[in-house]
Design a protein around this ligand. Structure first.
Ligand code: DC
Length: 203
């Protein structure tokens, strides 16, 4: 089977990860959560490494660290993701993954704009910052993190602002992306809407 790429971009806690996993499972595509690459660089940076060197030295085991989902690592990821050389070090792997045989779904911020502008399906998944912060708050609490609703909303807003304002591959919907606003949607409905887009594109 030839390449078929589903690009899922959008801000933190928009639901794109859940949608990506559902699309991958339904169609048998490989899935890459590209945020994990930046989180792995962020975690190495928090441990004292220089970000560009950390990005160039990334290995598969870095993606298996169990602290990658913490809010500290999320902020660090957003900070190192501003650096063009960090992004450049991670491009080839993502481009190859996107065009692998058998289909791929990638979720991130710049998949439809930079990594795979030729993607067969492009979705920009979003929701209001208050709704996204509430989802992330519940996730973090369930994992036992000591956070408040206010601190999570502040973190989400800070990341949104940094991710959207940077010069290198800012978070933005591709001109030909379909926007999926999940503010008032259940995750099941959002998944169904995404599956319908993929089905339509496959013909
Ligand atoms: O999707 P996430 O929340 O795991 O991403 C963590 C951070 O990594 C995000 O705030 C910005 C950065 N990122 C990026 O710049 N480009 C991507 N394709 C994915 C993530």
């Amino acid at each position: 089977m030839s390449a078929f790429t589903v690009a899922l971009d959008g801000p933190a806690a928009s639901g794109k990860g859940t949608i990506a996993r559902a699309v991958a499972e339904r169609f048998g595509f490989a899935h890459l959560d590209t945020g994990l690459l930046y989180r792995a660089v962020g975690a190495r940076h928090l441990a004292g490494e220089e970000p560009i060197a950390a990005a160039r030295a990334l290995v598969a085991e870095d993606l298996e660290r169990d602290d990658l989902r913490s809010s500290d690592v999320a902020q660090a990821a957003s900070i190192v993701a501003v650096i063009p050389e960090v992004r450049a070090a991670l491009v080839d792997f993502q481009v190859a993954f996107a065009r692998r045989a058998g289909g791929a779904v990638l979720d991130g911020r710049d998949i439809g704009t930079v990594i795979c502008p030729e993607a067969e399906v492009k979705l920009f998944v979003t929701a209001s910052d208050v709704v996204r912060a509430e989802r992330r708050y519940l996730e973090l609490i369930a994992k036992g993190e000591d956070v408040t609703r206010e601190s999570v909303l502040e973190d989400v807003r800070a990341r949104d602002a940094r991710d959207a304002a940077r010069d290198a591959a800012p978070m933005v919907a591709a001109a030909d992306a379909v926007t999926l606003d999940t503010t008032e949607m259940s995750i099941e409905d959002a998944v169904q809407a995404a599956l319908a887009e993929v089905r339509a594109a496959r013909g």
